[in-house]
Design a protein around this ligand. Structure first.
Ligand code: URP
Ligand code: ZN
Ligand code: ZN
Length: 468
């Protein structure tokens, strides 16, 4: 059976226009004015609403074993939460422990995801060590498994972090394999030293989590990996950028024409570090890395979205229950599991605080949340836009709908929501996943297990010349 969505205002990264969209099976078959109906067609009236490509969240952690526990949302609850907020694609990180095989860990991730996701997904591959086996496995991951983006952590020294020599090997090996690298950029030596010094002198509260990762330590690592990328002739994508010090380095590199991308996340645009001073361990709810910053940094980030110094907004969705998981670090901030939610809230909050306030326009909102993630990570034009032949991952969006975020109504399994009480303007009224209705009027109607792993081709700007 075919579906025709009539009279919605189609909003892509480039255009806004009213038209009909015909979906046949899993893909978009036609776009045009007054498309003829055929017998058996399902007709949906989209008038007074927008039709946008489903959001793509390029930064999530489903059921991640991390800091002595496992993040509470898995591919089932995470993908349902995503759909309920207008997101129909996610990129999770396969994260091997030091000494583990990339390919063996990839199998573990496939086993976690397969049959459980309600929308499509793909993976980045983290490299947390360097040895001959990893060097051999990198091209196999790219060529045989369709994973064209890797991840390194400059933070989390001793656990996931890699040093400069290892970084340089990884930059070269991924470049030679035709892939590129995501980077968690915070100086890991400084972070570990400061965190231990605070804790050992009895400064164990949540405020010290933030003080151990000063913005300058993020800026330093950002600048360093950009420079290492330039020396290696490799493209780098800086994840979860939080502050002026990092934006400055990314903007400068892009102004020089270097293949550098920046991503920020919803929380760094809307929440600030005063939350770490909440009483009764409430600050632990907001512990993530890098930490929340000052209001002035939020302004820098909004400007960076408008100027394209930052090109993507993700979430870093990595949620931990307050009662049972965040509590692990009650006596020591170093043990609080890092991370929280965002998959369901990203599109509504960016619409509310970006589009409705005039900080960004609707095209840019789609570009930041869907089109750029698809282009940069090699999913475009199959995903991230509305075009004939693209997957029918579609969202009918009511730009005037109002709502209020609450843990009582969210689809995450977490027992709190960092955006509790936030008012929203704009909401999905219907969501389709490859042509199947997955959400309607606030109810999940999709199919757990419908989501498929998407093998990827190279990224938009992956062809970077080697210097020297
Ligand atoms: O605090 C965070 N961000 N937790 C998830 C892991 C990471 O660093 O992205
Ligand atoms: Zn990170
Ligand atoms: Zn992350």
């Amino acid at each position: 059976m075919s579906l025709v969505i009539r009279d919605a205002e189609i909003v892509t990264a480039s255009y806004r226009y009213v038209a009909d969209v015909r979906v046949e099976g899993e893909t978009i078959a036609a776009i045009g004015a007054e498309l003829p109906a055929e017998s058996g067609d399902e007709i949906v009236d989209g008038s007074d609403q927008w039709l946008i490509p489903g959001g793509i969240d390029p930064h999530v952690h489903m059921a991640l074993p991390f800091m002595g526990t496992v993040s509470i949302d898995d591919f089932e609850s995470g993908s349902i939460a995503a759909i309920m907020g207008g997101t129909t694609g996610m990129i999770d990180f396969v994260i091997p422990s030091k000494g583990e095989s990339l390919l063996a860990t990839l199998e573990t991730w496939h086993a976690k995801a397969e049959g459980n996701a309600a929308h499509d997904y793909t993976f980045h591959m983290a490299v947390t060590d360097w040895d001959e086996r990893i060097e051999r496995e990198i091209p196999v991951v790219v060529r045989e498994h369709g994973i064209t983006s890797f991840k390194i952590f400059m933070a989390y020294k001793g656990v996931l972090g890699v040093d400069d020599e290892q970084i340089f090997h990884i930059l070269e090996a991924t470049r030679d394999a035709g892939a590129f690298v995501n980077v968690h950029a915070v100086n890991g030596d400084v972070q570990l030293l400061l965190a231990d010094r605070f804790a050992e002198s009895g400064k164990t509260g949540t405020r010290y989590h933030a003080l151990a990762q000063p913005p300058r330590a993020e800026g330093e690592a950002t600048g360093r990996v950009i420079d290492l990328g330039a020396v290696a002739g490799q493209q780098v994508y800086i994840v979860h950028v939080t502050c002026d010090d990092a934006v400055e380095r990314i903007a400068a590199a892009r102004a020089r024409g270097e293949p550098v991308w920046g991503e920020t996340c919803t929380q760094y645009l809307l929440l600030d570090d005063s939350l770490y001073d909440l009483p009764d361990f409430e600050g632990a709810k907001y512990v993530l890395s890098p930490p929340l910053r000052k209001k002035a940094d939020q302004e820098t980030l909004w400007t960076a979205l408008a100027t394209d110094a930052i090109s993507v907004v993700g979430t870093d969705h990595c949620a931990f229950d307050f009662a049972t998981q965040k509590a692990i670090g009650r006596d020591d901030f170093r043990r609080i599991p890092n991370g929280f939610m965002g998959l369901q809230e990203r599109l509504p909050l960016l619409h509310t605080h970006g589009v409705a306030t005039g900080r960004i326009d609707a095209n840019r909102w789609v570009e930041l949340c869907a089109t750029n993630p698809a282009k940069i990570f090699g999913l475009y034009p199959r995903k991230g836009t509305i075009a004939v032949g693209s997957d029918a991952d579609l969202v009918l969006w009511d730009p005037a709908a109002t709502g209020r975020i609450s843990a009582r109504t969210h689809y995450s399994r977490c027992d709190y929501n960092v955006y509790e009480g936030f008012e929203t303007v704009g909401a999905p009224t219907r969501v389709w996943v490859r042509g199947e209705l997955a959400a309607a009027d606030g109810e999940f109607t999709g199919t757990v297990g419908r989501g498929r792993f998407v093998k990827r081709a190279g990224a938009t700007r992956a062809a970077v010349p080697t210097f020297g």
